[in-house]
Design a protein around this ligand. Structure first.
Ligand SMILES: Nc1ncnc2c1ncn2[C@@H]1O[C@H](COP(=O)(O)OP(=O)(O)O)[C@@H](O)[C@H]1O
Ligand SMILES: [Mg+2]
Length: 375
């Protein structure tokens, strides 16, 4: 039995061994990565001092929904080893990089694009809420508004004014992305003299303009940089998706058949460019009536989940059609920040966790030969 070795016969106290602690911890599974936390290399700085055991559990994202449960299990399982009197667990996270951003964005671990088949499906609303939701978990998050045709992120996050320009040691000048709700933000909307005027950029200009905005901003260290892409799969969007080193793309759809069909086309276009699909979500999925509390399916419902299953890509969840979401956006405070405990905010939180989990799965797959199944 682990942990029952005697100490030279001088004491009857069982000696706690590293093997015993690791054996206990290996009973804990990461539900997304589907392996135990010892095999995944999550246990760091294990110190055994008599009956006192301390260690860190280093997850691959702070947006882990079972963080609390893992901490509880760690305490319980290690605490049950004979001889253990005190367990000190410290939960941390180290977001892994997909390794692609190095040259252009040295401090950015993962760039995640948010795309849609068509405009008006809530792509910017979703981008803003997901960015703030990830930041609320403790992740370092940036948001690039790449929808040059309708740069709406500054409005959604209640931002105005121009970003500061700072000289770099190299002699170059860089924008300093302003921070709102814990998220570093850059948008062409900040730079236009009159944001109400349309921007007339043709395909290649969009690509180079946005790449410039991306690379000439001092993002610092980021775990996730979300990019609100222009709608559709026009030249501009696809050029952009190829220029930016992406960890993957999240597709936003609405439940109506026509919206779904266009979303599926967009998804396939990204797949043909070898951009990883992190998942599909359905926005304005159902309407919950404030008065009667009943769920109404204003449009059809559940199509995105079905399509995701058929296309074998992850389904990330549904966001309801909600006046609160719309009003919060209009007021410049995303709902996850304004009413974090509301059901609508929680649906954004679950999707943010799902996106983070897919990035973790993908980066782990990249560095392991053991196959990991997507959720
Ligand atoms: N789940 C939702 N419930 C209610 N209104 C929403 C929801 N998602 C988006 N909206 C509203 O729909 C409109 C379009 O959303 P937006 O995020 O600008 O779409 P896109 O970026 O795809 O063009 C906005 O007025 C926004 O507030
Ligand atoms: Mg938009």
């Amino acid at each position: 039995m682990f942990g029952l070795r005697k100490n030279n016969g001088s004491s009857n106290k069982p000696i706690v061994t590293e093997e015993a602690v690791l054996a206990a911890l290996s009973r804990i599974q990461d539900p997304d990565l589907r392996r135990d936390i010892v095999a995944l290399g999550f246990i760091k700085d294990l110190v055994i001092d008599g009956g006192k055991v301390s260690f860190k559990v280093e997850l691959t994202t702070p947006a882990c929904p079972v963080k609390g449960e893992m901490e509880r299990q760690s305490r319980e399982f290690v605490g049950a080893i004979p001889g253990v009197e005190h367990v000190d667990v410290h939960m941390t996270a180290q977001v892994r990089s997909m390794g692609a951003t190095g040259g252009i964005l040295p401090g950015v671990r993962n760039v995640i694009a948010i795309a849609s088949g068509k405009g008006g499906v809530g792509k910017s609303t979703v981008s803003a809420n997901l960015a703030v939701a990830l930041a609320m978990t403790g992740a370092r998050v940036g948001l690039l508004d790449a929808d040059i045709y309708g740069p709406s992120i500054p409005g959604l996050l209640g931002m105005s004014g121009k970003p500061a320009v700072k000289p770099m040691p190299s002699g170059d000048q860089m924008f300093e992305p302003p921070v709102a709700h814990g998220v570093k933000v850059m948008s062409l909307g900040f730079l236009l003299d009159d944001p109400s005027q349309p921007v007339i950029w043709r395909g290649p200009m969009v690509g180079s303009g946005i790449s410039q905005l991306l690379s000439q901003s001092d993002w610092g260290e980021l775990d996730y940089l979300l990019v609100d892409l222009p709608p559709g799969t026009g030249d501009a969007t696809l050029t952009l998706a190829q220029r930016i080193p992406l960890s993957g793309v999240v597709i936003v759809s609405q439940p109506q058949r026509v919206s779904l069909d266009i979303a599926i086309k967009a998804l396939k276009a990204f797949q043909s460019l070898k951009v990883r699909i992190l998942g599909v979500l359905e926005n304005m999925s159902t309407f919950v009536c404030d008065d009667c509390g009943k769920e109404h399916h204003i449009f059809s419902h559940g199509g995105a989940r079905l399509a995701a299953e058929q296309l074998e890509v992850p389904f990330l969840g549904n966001i309801p059609l909600s006046l609160d979401i719309c009003e919060a956006s209009d007021a410049g405070t995303p709902l996850v920040s304004l009413k974090p405990d509301s059901a609508q905010a929680q649906s954004f939180m679950r999707i943010a966790e799902g996106v983070a989990a897919q990035v973790s799965i993908a980066s782990l797959r990249q560095r392991t030969t053991i196959p990991l199944r997507a959720v």
